[in-house]
Design a protein around this ligand. Structure first.
Ligand SMILES: C[S@@+](CC[C@H](N)C(=O)[O-])C[C@H]1O[C@@H](n2cnc3c(N)ncnc32)[C@H](O)[C@@H]1O
Length: 319
């Protein structure tokens, strides 16, 4: 689908009249108002005005209309003509004249925003991990664990505080614990499961999400990170029964929101083995006491709290 941008200048006292005049035109998508600045490269005075002597451009505004129908450009031109006539009659001021022979029309080329977003996603270090997109060619430092994740529609590029808190909790756990069966519940891009599996290569990894697209991306990310031997499951909003194996997992991650975490406490209580660990995140600092109270009732004790800005994560041990 092609898009067209039409820009023109208006005087300060007539800007609202122009702003309200185009909505019913076929193919109209949006209208925006910007203060005119002389230093804008692509919006010079000559783009808009011919022989406009003694005009003080300080009080001018740029109006931009976006259309998805090329044929409506003509309709806009006619509308501008008639608005200009009306204004001239009303104000009797010829300086109101808008010379739209030089109306600035450009086609907006379709852009792959996701691809561009990926390019602007810089590598990040979170404790022991180096998280980078596939556009980054630089090698990772020898003492870091690399995770290749592209910016995508799924949550989990490592830049959010809740993910960082979970990775910090995992780095802390490395020092004294080695899990065999790992569950990443609400895996998003799969980042937490991949991080754990990169460290504990021989472990079995289970990944669950409610979002089909996220699971599609998880599969890709597992592949590009060379992570094998996994089980990937689609869930609904209830706790997935298929993975509900009593006293089965050594390490469970759940970076979901406060509400599902609160509801799933009995289920996590049932599936995490005694003396093993649960890392939960996705809640605000002030919600931590409620989460701790709830998880205490299902056999968990706090091993460590991880905080970043207003977010928190808990490393819980099943007693
Ligand atoms: C905050 S993101 C976390 C993604 C990734 N684990 C991370 O730490 O960056 C939460 C993920 O949980 C999923 N989710 C939310 N509610 C869920 C539920 N009830 N069961 C399974 N997955 C759920 C969402 O689709 C989303 O991908």
């Amino acid at each position: 689908m092609g898009l067209w941008s039409l820009k023109f200048l208006v005087q300060d006292n007539s800007k609202y009249l122009y702003l309200d005049s185009f909505e019913d035109i076929d193919g109209y998508l949006s209208i925006s108002l910007f203060k005119y600045e002389n230093n804008k490269k692509n919006l010079t005075k000559s783009h808009f005005f011919i022989n406009f002597d003694n005009t003080n451009l300080v009080n001018f505004w740029i109006i931009e209309i976006i259309l998805d129908t090329k044929s409506s450009i003509k309709v806009i031109k006619n509308k501008l003509n008639s608005l200009e006539k009306d204004l001239r009659i009303k104000t009797k001021n010829y300086k109101e004249k808008l010379v739209f022979d030089t109306l600035n029309i450009t086609e907006i080329k379709p852009r792959n925003w996701l691809k561009e977003n990926r390019k602007s996603f810089p590598p990040i270090f979170v404790n022991n991990f180096y998280i980078y997109g596939s556009h980054v060619v630089k090698n990772c430092l020898a003492n870091k664990i690399p995770i290749k994740i592209d910016a995508s529609v799924a949550f989990g590029t490592g830049s959010h505080e809740t993910t960082k808190c979970c990775l910090n909790a995992l780095t802390f756990l490395f020092k004294f614990f080695k899990p065999n069966k790992i569950l990443d519940y609400g895996c998003g891009t799969g980042i937490l499961g991949i991080a754990a599996k990169k460290k504990f290569k021989r472990s079995k990894l289970f990944l669950v999400d409610i979002d089909k697209n996220a699971l599609g991306l998880t599969k890709i990310n597992l592949k590009i990170n060379g992570v094998k031997s996994n089980f990937i499951y689609l869930s609904d909003k209830y706790f997935l029964q298929k993975i509900k194996k009593p006293n089965y997992y050594d390490l469970v991650f759940a970076n979901i929101l406060f509400n599902p975490l609160y509801c799933f406490a009995p289920s996590f209580g049932a599936i995490v083995k005694r003396n093993n660990y649960l890392i939960i995140s996705g809640f605000l600092k002030e919600e931590i006491p409620f989460i701790i109270g709830r998880y205490n009732k299902f056999g968990f004790k706090v091993k460590k709290i991880f905080l970043l800005n207003e977010w928190g994560a808990l490393l819980l041990k099943k007693i």
